[in-house]
Every structure is written in C-alpha cells, then in structure tokens.
Design a binder for this molecule. Structure first.
Ligand code: 6GU
Length: 244
C-alpha cells in the first residue's frame, strides 16, 4: 500500500520508523512518504495560514500550498484510479475497525493534516472533483492537528495488511473483530500475588475454553459497551449465548 502524508510537522511521524510499522515499511508492504507542506510555499516566511473570513478566533490554512501539494502528491492519473484523500478532523466520519478494513483494501491513501482552525474548505471541495475525499475523526474530542490521528489510523490499517501480523489468527480473535470486546488474557505463572489463572484455561479442553472466552467477551461487552451489544446484527447471538 502506498501512503503519502502532508503536514507542516513532518517530524511528528518519526515513530513510524519503529516497531511493526517500521518493519512493514522496510519490507515494502507499506510504502510511506511524509511531505512538508511548506515545500509548496513561495514567500520568504513560508506562510501556510491566514485569518478567517467572517472573523473569529485562530487561523485557517490557505488553499494555495494545499492545492500545489495535492497536485504533486495526488495527481489525477490519465488512466487508473486516483488516491483516496483522507482529512483528519473532529467533524469527520468516525474511525472504526470496519473503516480500518476499508482503508486497508485501498492501494493509495493521501493524508492531509490540518492545523489551527482547519483547512480552507475549497481545498476539500476542489479535491473532491478529482478523487474520493473523506474527513475522518478519531472520536468526540479535539486535537491540535491531524498528525497524531494519522499515526493512529496508520497503525490500525498497517496491521491489517497481508503479512504484517505473524499470526493471522490474532486478527480473528481480537476486540472489535466480531463486534465484541475480547475476553481477558493470561500467561504464566498460574498463581501470582494471590490471583489465579482461571482453571478452565489450564484444562486443555479447547471446546470449553472457546465457550468460556465467548461468554467472557459477551459479559464484558454487555457491562462496558452496551452500545456495541445493541448494535450486533440480528442472528449474531446463538441459543447458548442467550442462555448465558
Ligand atoms: Cl482526526 N483531528 C483533530 N484535529 N481532532 C480530532 C480528530 C482528528 N479526531 C478527534 N479529534
């Protein structure tokens, strides 16, 4: 997968050299380039912002550097399909595991990181005449800018790319994979500071262990995230689930 990120703070993305994302980059699974928006400014102060029309606090990102940056990084191909432009913003579509799967299936993503009060709306409107554009939000709170959100989104997406996770089974079992929170996990030693590993996990009975994990997942989800339980598609719960 090809990913381009445009930001006035390229240094924010240094952690993407580390750990499993770094490995995915080294192996070529993730082809990531970070671009400094100021590359596409032409004044001596390399200005990217200005005061908002209509008044109000803060500054707005000017359209010209963004237009030039997107022309360079997300050109409209003569044939083939354009990239998908993603703009992190608290007014965007909520980022979820399902959304991460959608993005992991795309060949080319471009992230435009806004700062201040945001990017002049015409940048998004113009880009939308050439390519799919989605504003994306991590949740109902406000960050200084889109950079940290891009790191979060890239981490969620990269681990879904083929070959990145050693054990593909971990994708199937994890929280949110089936609309439920995952059951608690344990490792050695069997007894620690007066707390024991549930005996069933040491029983070797894989059928009963699977049943226990499912019950724990259902209980956790019911207690912590009743909204998720209510959102399960009809037929997701079987007779034995309902009995528990
Ligand atoms: Cl994606 N960006 C910003 N600036 N704030 C946010 C956000 C994104 N998601 C939640 N808050």
């Amino acid at each position: 997968m090809r990913v381009d990120v445009i930001s006035i703070f390229p240094d924010y993305f240094a952690p993407l050299d580390l750990s499993l994302i770094g490995k995915a980059r080294a192996s070529g699974t993730l082809d990531l380039a970070v671009h400094d928006l100021r590359t596409w400014t032409h004044d001596v102060h390399r200005t990217v912002d200005d005061t908002p029309y209509g008044g109000g606090p803060g500054m707005v990102m000017r359209p010209e550097p963004w237009g030039a940056a997107l022309d360079a990084v997300a050109p409209v191909p003569a044939d083939g399909s354009p990239p998908h432009l993603l703009v992190p913003s608290p007014v965007g579509r909520r980022f979820t595991q399902a959304f991460a799967y959608e993005l992991a299936a795309q060949p080319h993503l471009v992230f435009a990181c806004g700062r201040y009060e945001g990017i002049d709306q015409r940048v998004l409107d113009h880009a939308a005449t050439r390519m799919p554009v989605t504003e994306v939000s991590l949740g109902d709170y406000v960050l200084f800018g889109g950079e940290v959100a891009v790191i979060v989104i890239l981490e969620a997406v990269t681990r879904l790319l083929p070959g990145v996770l050693g054990n593909a089974g971990s994708l199937d079992e994890e929280s949110h994979a089936h609309g439920l929170l995952e059951a608690p996990v344990y490792t050695k030693p069997p007894a620690w500071r007066g707390h024991d590993v549930p005996a069933i996990l040491r029983s070797g009975d894989h059928g009963r262990i699977a049943r226990w994990r499912r019950d724990e997942a259902l209980l956790r989800t019911a207690n912590r995230r009743p909204d998720m339980l209510a959102a399960l598609p009809p037929g997701t719960l079987d007779k034995r689930d309902v009995a528990t």
